[in-house]
Design a protein around this ligand. Structure first.
Ligand SMILES: [Fe+2]
Length: 398
């Protein structure tokens, strides 16, 4: 695992947990608000029903008289009508109980059922029956279903409403939705986290590790430091022209700067030898990509750069080093870097030869075991390469 991801994983786990708890809490809170609204709707429904019964049937002289003379047919027909007009009424009866309450009616419950008792008035409410009340019982299940309630009246419930205990009964779909939304937030956090980590890595690439390594090379081998800067610019431009993703272009840019870092382990008399190297010296020189890979291993944030540096001396026909890889075995970025490296070396002055012109260099490169598609791309964009090249005795600008 990338050390920066590792370093931030604890932070991420903590942040994710906090976000998850907050999201779940919000869901619970919102669900609580919904339940409160549903309780209000329930109360309105009961009060509307009681008002309808009181004004429609028990403020009516005909009904009062029918109840007093016990006209069961009339009473039954009116109660039947009442129940057909209000489907939430489960039962209506007349009881021989004096109306010992204030107001037109009183809502009561025994903890399981809900009913109201009504005074039985004359039309103008001048008087009411003194020893009788009407009792209307509501069908709680129908009402709860009608308002899609998230609560149920239950003897085990704690809060009370109209004297009935109730408790939340969270819907499964709500829980699934809530949990999914919480996970969606977590994924968002993960994406943001990765974005932040990549930025930290980018900054790190461009600063600490890179600068430290380049300083070491520059102090030991001035030519290699300058050459590397130029190769970096060429490789970066090639990556862009070939339409590579920005991450690969960045890897090319950094690899260009660091590709010869392994020369730090090559004795200066070999590095700066004006003539051709003998066999033993050449074998020593061939170690520099391996040394570079060893150094870069210590910088996990440069893990994508390492193979580009390690294979930049491999050649298409297997004649390269250190492994003698061929064609597609060589990573694309390493093949690009090889082209940039050779082009820069050929067009620069060396102690043992003068710089070739761009055309001469390209002619020679067309005969070398480099990836010729990449050489063609280089040739196509040579005009743009010229733009970043300052024609002077110093060669490529850095
Ligand atoms: Fe090299």
């Amino acid at each position: 695992m990338n050390p920066y991801v590792k370093r931030f994983s604890l932070f991420f786990v903590l942040a994710a947990t906090v976000v998850f708890v907050i999201v779940v809490f919000i869901q619970y809170y919102v669900q609580g608000l919904i339940v409160q609204d549903q309780l209000k709707a329930f109360k309105c429904l009961i009060e509307r029903s009681a008002h309808f019964v009181s004004t429609g049937y028990f403020q009516w002289t005909l009904m009062k008289e029918a109840i007093e003379r016990n006209d069961t047919d009339f009473i039954a027909s009116q109660f039947e009508e009442m129940m057909s007009l209000d489907p939430f009424i489960a039962d209506v009866t007349v009881e021989d109980v004096p109306p010992n309450f204030e107001g037109l009616y009183i809502v009561e419950s025994d903890g399981e059922r809900l009913w109201a008792r009504f005074k039985i008035f004359t039309d103008l409410m001048e008087e009411h029956a003194v020893d009788k009340t009407a009792k209307v019982v509501w069908d709680l299940d129908s009402i709860l279903e009608a308002i899609s309630a998230d609560f149920r009246f239950d003897k085990e419930g704690k809060p009370t409403h109209f004297g009935l205990r109730y408790r939340y009964s969270f819907h499964r779909t709500w829980f699934i939705r809530g949990t999914l939304s919480a996970f969606a937030v977590l994924v968002l956090i993960l994406v943001l986290h990765n974005f932040l980590v990549s930025n930290i890595l980018k900054v790190h690439w461009e600063t600490e590790g890179l600068e430290r390594l380049v300083r070491i090379v520059g102090s030991v081998d001035h030519y290699t430091a300058q050459h590397s800067q130029r190769v970096s610019k060429i490789a970066e431009l090639m990556g862009k022209k070939m339409g590579l993703r920005s991450r690969d272009v960045e890897a090319l840019r950094v690899a260009g700067t660091l590709h010869d870092i392994g020369k730090i382990a090559i004795p200066p008399h070999i590095l700066n030898k004006p003539g051709r190297l003998d066999k033993e010296e050449y074998e020593t020189m061939k170690r520099h990509p391996l040394v570079a890979a060893e150094i870069l291993k210590g910088f996990p944030e440069l893990s994508e750069v390492l193979p580009v540096v390690l294979y930049h001396h491999e050649r298409q026909d297997g004649s390269g080093y250190p492994f003698g890889l061929k064609d597609g075995e060589i990573p694309l970025l390493a093949r690009i870097l090889a082209v940039a490296d050779v082009f820069e070396a050929l067009t620069s002055d060396r102690p043992y030869r003068k710089a070739l012109s761009v055309e001469e260099a390209l002619d020679l490169m067309r005969k070398l075991p480099l990836d010729q598609r990449i050489v063609s791309v280089l040739a196509e964009h040579i005009g743009e390469l010229e733009k970043i090249r300052r024609v002077s005795s110093e060669g490529w600008t850095t």
